[in-house]
Structure formats: C-alpha cells, structure tokens
Write a protein that binds this ligand. Structure first.
Ligand code: KG4
Ligand code: ZN
Length: 337
C-alpha cells in the first residue's frame, strides 16, 4: 500500500511516499530562514510559503521515488493540531489529489505522527511503552498501549520544551530555532556551573511539565550578568547549558517515573527536541539503570516530516478508515484524553 503523506502544520512543508514502514521518498522544505528575523513563526508567512513550495516538493518526492501519481493507493494529511492557514494548504492539496486519483483520503493528528515515527526506523516496536512527544508546540507524555491506543498521562502547563529553547535563545540573541543552536554551543559543557531548580508549580499533576519558570530564571540570571558589566561568553554558555540540563532532567525523570508506575520496560521519544544531544545522552545513561530501553528515531524523523504522517495514515486506510472531502483543519486536538 503506497501512501502519499503531506505535512504543513507549522513552518515545515513536507511530502513523503511510504510503502508500509518503508520510506520511498521524504522531502522537507524548512522555513527557518523566513521566520528567523522575527524569532518565531509568523503564521501568515508560513501559509504563503507552504503554497509556494508544496507543488515543487510533490514533484521532488515523485522523482526520488521513481513513482507516478497513478501508483498512489491513498492520501494522508496532517489535519491537526497546528496553524490553521498552514494546515489548510496541505489539506486542500491532499483533497485535490485524492479526488483526482479516486483514492482514499485520511486526516492524521500530528502528535500521533510523532508518536509513531519510530516504526519507520524500528522493525518491532514493543507495547505497551511510554511515549514522549517533545517539540516546539508540545510536550506530552503518553502510555501507548498499541497502535492507535494512547492515554495522555501529562502535558506541559505552559511552554513546550522546544518553545522554551526558542525563547531562551531569542532572549540571549542566539538565533532561531533555539534548540539546535543551544545544543551545538553547549557541547562539552558537562556539568554546567549554573544549576536551575525544577519548578514548584502549585497543582501540577503527577506527569505534567512546566518550563516557563526555568525560562524566567534564565532571564533574571542573564540580567544580573549584564548588570555587572562585562558578560563573558563562558558565563552565557554555562547559563544556557544549565537551562538545557534542567529541561533534560525534567523530561528524563518524567519518563522514568511513568515507566516505573505503568510497568513499561520501553520508552519512545520523538519530536524536534528528541534531536537534542544532552537529552539523548541523559536518557542513554539513566534509563538502563532503571531497566528501561529507550528508542529514539533518527533526527530526520524526530523533527517534522511527512513520512510519519503517511505511515499513520496508511495504517488507518488499511484498517478501513476514510475521511470525506469535507475534512477540516483544527488548531487544537489532543489525543489520548
Ligand atoms: O517537531 P518539530 O520539528 O516541530 C514542532 O512540531 O514543533 O520541533 C521543533 C522544535 C523547535 O522548538 C526546536 O528549537 C526544537 O524542536 N529542536 C531542538 C533541537 N532540534 C530542534 N531542541 C533542542 N535540541 C535540538 N537539537
Ligand atoms: Zn512536530
């Protein structure tokens, strides 16, 4: 079953063709350079860019796969959550192709895509497992009982982890997106000389996250450094590394506590922040000590891509699920609640 997947929920336009879990083509056009000068995604600019690049990307994906439109058995498209204008570009494109080809169309939740990206790199994904989606828009922890069966255990109460990386980077004038910049500049700073405490958030549920407190502490700390006059590069590096370490610590501890509570020996981490080297190192160090095996997709499948959408959509189409041409985009849609 060859599925064409389209993803346009935020600032990456992506097209992929998969045959089951086999990726025949996966192309991504990033808009980072467009949004960099604003320090974050500008929704209208994102939508316009999706319109410009979606057809060239489709052509590229078909050229790479060596397939033609008539080889496609189904269309999968991200329908939620995301920026409405951006989502609608992908949705309209997918509907038009599905209508012309007369093949099934299915809308896919972006978070479900991230949770299942691991199938594209691992043959046997064990169930149940703890699933963490950690990206620029989400930080959500799930008990994944099977494909399509998710229980939301907790989510962030304020900033997503990637959003916190991006905001800290913007505050310190480090560039956009902040995650990869901070990851790269802090390589080798272990342990950092600056330490941030985990937030004491009133009514924070057992598996909820909070990152805005750490971000504010970074801001105050940075102001103090600036007020004293010269702010040394090394001080900034340690400040940023301390922030990263606190975020990594929170994510790692949540996974370990959830795995122990729900007696899962496996955990899957995905989303843009799963590309973070400090997080990968900490997970590889601590999880085995607790008898937990951690699976993380390769970086290209951690960040936004259409292969994960095509994979999930293909499985649902095979299970007989279909959407109609009145399928609409939704800005907010959690899964597993
Ligand atoms: O999954 P993704 O590509 O898009 C969303 O669905 O949000 O994630 C993008 C987020 C951004 O906030 C970016 O700063 C963060 O993932 N990110 C990273 C790294 N690479 C991307 N954060 C920390 N370390 C990285 N290496
Ligand atoms: Zn994402």
């Amino acid at each position: 079953m060859k599925t064409l997947g389209i993803e346009s929920s935020c600032d990456e336009t992506a097209v992929a063709i998969v045959d089951g879990a086999n990726i025949l083509a996966s192309v991504v056009a990033s808009q980072h350079s467009i949004h960099a000068k604003y320090g974050g995604v500008v929704p209208e600019l994102a939508s316009r860019r999706h319109v410009e690049v979606i057809v060239p990307l489709l052509k590229e994906a078909f050229a790479i796969s060596g397939l033609g439109l008539s080889d496609i058995d189904g269309l999968a498209v991200t329908r939620a959550p995301g920026l409405i204008g951006a989502l609608l570009v992908g949705l309209s494109t997918a509907k038009a192709i599905a209508r012309v080809l007369g093949v099934p169309l299915i809308g896919v939740n972006h978070l479900e895509g991230h949770l299942n990206a691991i199938h594209l790199s691992e043959k046997d994904v064990p169930y149940p497992h703890i699933g963490l989606v950690v990206s620029g828009g989400h930080t959500s922890l799930y008990l994944v009982e099977d494909f399509g069966s998710y229980k939301l255990l907790g989510a962030t109460r304020d900033d997503a982890a990637g959003e916190a990386f991006d905001k800290v980077a913007r505050l310190l004038g480090l560039g956009y997106p902040g995650g990869p910049v901070i990851d790269k500049m802090t390589a080798g700073i272990d342990p950092p000389t600056v330490e941030f405490k985990q937030p004491k958030f009133r009514n924070l549920a057992e598996f909820d996250f909070s990152f805005s407190g750490i971000k504010t502490s970074v801001m105050f700390h940075y102001k103090k450094l600036c007020d004293k006059g010269a702010c040394l590069d090394e001080e900034v590096l340690n400040l940023v590394a301390g922030f990263q370490s606190a975020v990594v610590d929170s994510l790692t501890k949540h996974i370990i506590r959830a795995a122990e509570k729900f007696k899962c020996r496996n955990a899957v981490v995905s989303g843009g922040v799963a590309a973070n080297n400090a997080l990968r190192r900490r997970l590889a160090e601590l999880c085995p000590e607790h008898g937990i095996n951690v699976l993380i997709p390769p970086i290209k499948l951690c960040t936004d891509n259409a292969a994960m959408i095509a994979y999930v959509g293909g499985r649902y189409i095979e299970m007989g699920k279909r959407d109609n041409l009145d399928l609409n985009a939704k800005a907010v849609e959690e899964i597993g609640i």
